[in-house]
Design a binder for this molecule. Sequence first.
Ligand code: NAI
Ligand code: MG
Length: 358
Amino acid sequence: RTLRIGLLPGDGIGREVIPAGRKVLEALPKSLGLDFSFVHLDAGFDEFKKNGVALPEKTVETLKKECDGALFGAVSSPSTPTKGYSSPIVGLRKRLDLYANVRPVKSVVPTAAFPDPIDLVIVRENTEDLYVKEEKTYDGPDGKVAEAIKRISERASSRIATMAGEIATRRQRVRDTTGGDAAKKALVTITHKSNVLSQTDGLFRTTARAALEQARFKDAGVKIEEQIVDSMVYKLFRQPSAYDVIVAPNLYGDILSDGAAALVGSLGLVPSANVGDGFAMGEPCHGSAPDIEGQNIANPIATLRSVALMLEFLGEEAAAAKIYQAVDANLAEGKLLSPDMGGKAKTTEVTEDILRRL
Ligand code: NAI
Ligand code: MG
């Protein structure tokens, strides 16, 4: 099988970590029966400054017509409102209907604060909720009033919960076959605030639950739990090891996933994938990091894990597992770590070490 992958480095350290991602794909053992072809695609703020568009039509069309998956680095945003600029990542999610944002958060080396291993995934709805950006401001009797629409639909809630159920099923299968953390159960936690927002979050809650009660998930041993979002934050920070898969509407998922990234030490470790039906785009959670750009010291691991995550959603679990293992082995040994992890290794040295392990 040959997979065609669009490479969108974007700005800043995106240009240093995306090449590492490509190298890892090229270094996968041939015995997996996988080949890759690549196409370089423009997007980002530098592209906007050069040609006046942050997300060229050609990039979108090539992804739609030619590619099986993509890797997105990071883009810089203008520091002041800039006419004509709109975020390419938000545009891509919309144009390709990448309706799920999936963020695994995993600790390899336990810390004093969290001695139990953290291994959870946040599955965030990516298309609606307050992020439909339907806002207005008007004059009220006591001054200005601003309002925003929070839109929750049955369709979006159902498909995101179904994806969470599929992820929980897959994770349990991996634990069963690799003898991973035996104590861990396939568990999906539905996060909401339906005690206050009984219609919007209420619809999310009941729809998500119904989707997760499908027989195929029950047969796979997936348990369902619910958590009000504020107590979710409390418990997540007290006992992150208790969680497996967390599914949430857009806003809560956004906040929870940045918060969860703090549990494992560095933004440079945390991957994500933007997933739609039949397409996955891996994306490190960090930004373009202008403070360290061009120095070859960015941690490539968030990107390498994003490569693996993309492969998982393209149905290539064995290839993904190889990359996860090589990354975890690098972290467990702890000899070639980048500066954000307290080490001295360069981006290219961390990458070489992981390639060697592959
Ligand atoms: P950032 O994630 O770029 O950097 C935050 C801090 O983490 C910096 O000190 C940076 O050096 C460090 N860091 C990030 N990734 C790292 C890595 N791989 N290895 C080592 N250290 C790493 O966030 P910041 O500084 O708030 O934003 C910088 C630019 O990136 C802004 O223009 C922002 O709009 C954009 N951004 C883009 C995102 C995206 O493309 N998805 C996400 C977040 C920010
Ligand atoms: Mg965020």
